[in-house]
Write a protein that binds this ligand. Structure first.
Ligand code: ATP
Length: 368
């Protein structure tokens, strides 16, 4: 992964104690966040969690009820949008339909009274950058959705803003185009080095594009971390559940990182031992965190499981399994297609597996 400069100086952007109330509804509550120079940050969360509202407050398109926004150490909280230094791309392409692509990209430069030759050179450079070098004379309606979003990106970068804001920029595109543009935005962002914040509700998008993910729920930040941190060490049950697929097993703590699930005892090496014996605990296991090889008497969390369903998805498949010992609780586990064949994993068969003790996370069943 890329190195992010964390200079001793001020953060590229800092959100300090921002809250937002819409009449009686509290959309953001005391949000604090530091954005490093040159990083790509994703706001990730379900519909209504406040991620768009936070982006709009950063952009000055919405006014916070409380708190401050600092850009490179300067308080911009009270500045109108056009006096803040950012470029923005919205979900809908939002290009001017009656202007050519070149005129769209150069729009902010004309406003800045740049010289014609300069504008042309900059527009050419940007159209090259987004892979549309020969589309300058066309109109938006002549381009595909993905191409229009590339133009919107070029337009947002034209004035060399210090900050790039992307509000669900891929969600109106079809699946193939979305994946292509994901990689391109990521490459472009690194190439230009512009500090970027992207809003998305798509966890795969966030995992594949972000340097750090800000997971939001009900107007608060639940966790900030690299994609791998958020996936492998979720701070809360919400994060474990929202980012990636996960199995939840109901258990009772036995002490010493052991838990009773149905008639089984599970060992959980990675979880804190702060659970009092008898406490109700939910165990979180990712679908890939099962072992099928080198199982012996000493392997923790061994289980003879009955395959109840196989979902064929191509190279990676999902098998739903259960066991008498689990007393009705089921697990969805990933297997490669090769494993499916080699281990004869199909509905009605039994397989020997082990739930990986160092990968199970545990959270109290009752949130305090
Ligand atoms: P989505 O992906 O659906 O846009 P989001 O996480 O971006 O979700 P926001 O758009 O930030 O959520 O909205 C957060 C909450 O604030 C929502 O419950 C929304 O209904 C509410 N909200 C947003 N704008 C207003 C407004 N102008 N007046 C009243 N409530 C609003």
């Amino acid at each position: 992964s890329s190195k992010i400069a964390t200079p001793g100086g001020p953060a590229a952007l800092e959100v300090i104690g921002v809250s937002k109330d819409f009449e009686t509804f509290s959309a953001l509550r005391d949000v604090h966040l530091k954005v490093n120079q040159g990083e790509m940050l994703c706001f990730l969360g379900p519909s209504g969690c406040g991620k768009t509202t936070l982006l709009r407050i950063i952009a000055g398109l919405e006014t916070q009820t409380a708190g401050r926004i600092m850009q490179s150490g300067k308080d911009v909280s009270l500045l109108p949008p056009n006096q803040r230094d950012y470029g923005i791309v919205f979900q809908s392409y939002a290009l001017f339909p009656n202007l050519t692509i070149a005129q769209n990209v150069g729009y902010g430069l004309v406003n800045n009274r740049a010289r014609r030759a300069e504008i042309k050179a900059r527009v050419d450079e940007l159209l090259h950058l987004v892979g549309l070098p020969s589309s300058g004379a066309k109109y938006p309606s002549q381009l595909s959705g993905g191409q229009q979003q590339r133009v919107a990106l070029a337009r947002a970068l034209a004035t060399r803003p210090k900050l790039l804001l992307l509000d669900e920029p891929l969600s109106a595109l079809d699946a193939m185009e979305r994946i292509r543009l994901r990689g391109e935005i990521r490459r472009l962002q690194k190439q230009v080095g512009v500090t970027t914040i992207m809003v998305t509700h798509d966890q795969e998008e966030a995992l594949s594009m972000a340097d750090r993910i800000v997971v939001m729920n009900h107007g608060v930040i639940e966790q900030v971390g690299t994609p791998m941190e958020v996936y492998e060490r979720p701070a809360t049950p919400f994060v474990a559940d929202f980012v990636g697929k996960v199995n939840v097993l109901q258990s009772v703590a036995l002490g010493n990182q052991r838990f009773r699930v149905g008639d089984m005892e599970l060992q959980c090496d990675a979880c804190s031992s702060a659970f009092a014996p008898g406490e109700a605990v939910n165990l979180y296991l990712r679908p890939e965190d099962r072992a099928v090889e080198h199982l012996d008497e000493g392997t923790a969390n061994r289980l003879r499981a009955l395959v109840t369903r196989v979902e064929f998805l191509g190279g990676l498949c999902i098998a739903e399994v259960t066991a008498d010992a689990l007393r009705g609780q089921t697990l969805g586990l990933h297997f490669s297609l090769n494993q499916l064949h080699d281990l004869d994993i199909r509905e009605g068969n039994t397989i020997d597996i082990a739930l990986r003790a160092n990968r199970i996370r545990a959270f109290p069943a009752r949130v305090p």
